[in-house]
Ligand binder design. Structure first.
Ligand code: SF4
Length: 229
């Protein structure tokens, strides 16, 4: 076991835990945006920064990716932490001030009017959808492409866009509602900012009109199932 101090309280956690996991286990709230417990830490959004008390006098680190160490002294809500989170949320508000989650986080941090403005966009580029597609579904159909203000989530190549099977996993992890499920002819289909390029067909097994991609390997599996043992 490792002993560390969070907000003045000494706690013990098993080795290998991150500060975020330890803090949540002991009910210290830390806000997150690009973190999902089913995915590897990404440390991109910087909302989960905490302050470490050390010889350098207060270092900010992302709690989602920083491992617990023996004797660590952590502050989850110091002025330095709140200042950093306020800047992060202000930058996010530049394009996503209309997103309820972002507004709520800003309110919690006392930010009302952002100093920066950009074209409104539901997507905050947290990367959760991309990582879920890669790590959970194992497809890797989408990616964050371009740089700077041109950055967006999209299939990187034509071949990858064909790989999207409209499973909707990205919908489940998206924190802002940038990707949603729409009802289409009695079934559901993901509505996302990128284009998928596959022939959608009705399900031939259950008879319902759930849309599914007609991929060569699926067709082969179906034929095998229909042929029986
Ligand atoms: S679409 Fe949603 S999950 Fe994907 S990067 Fe944008 S905000 Fe994150």
């Amino acid at each position: 076991m490792i002993t560390l101090t969070i907000d003045g309280q000494e706690i013990q956690v098993t080795e290998g835990r991150t500060i975020l996991e330890a803090a949540r286990e002991h009910r210290f709230p830390i806000p997150t945006l690009c973190y999902h417990e089913a995915l590897a830490p990404f440390a991109a959004c910087r909302m989960c920064v905490v302050e470490l008390e050390n010889r350098r006098g207060g270092q900010l680190v992302p709690a989602c990716a920083y491992p617990c160490e023996e004797g660590l002294i952590v502050r989850t809500n110091s002025e330095k932490v709140r200042r950093s989170r306020r800047m992060t949320i202000e930058l996010l508000m530049a394009s996503a001030a209309h997103v309820p989650l972002i507004r709520a986080m800003a309110e919690e941090l006392g930010v009302t009017t952002p100093r920066f403005t950009m074209e409104p966009d539901d997507c905050i580029l947290c990367g959760l959808c991309v990582r879920a597609c890669e790590e959970i579904v194992g497809v890797g159909a989408i990616s964050v492409i371009n740089r700077g203000i041109e950055k967006k989530v999209s299939p990187p190549f034509r071949i990858a866009s064909n790989a999207c099977i409209e499973c909707g996993t990205c919908v489940l992890v998206c924190p802002t509602g940038a990707i949603t499920l729409a009802d289409i002819t009695g079934g559901t289909q993901t509505v996302h900012p990128w284009e998928s390029e596959f022939e959608a067909v009705d399900c031939r097994v259950c008879g319902h009109h759930y849309l599914a991609p007609e991929l060569a390997e699926h067709t082969a599996l179906l034929a095998e199932a229909e042929a029986g043992p």
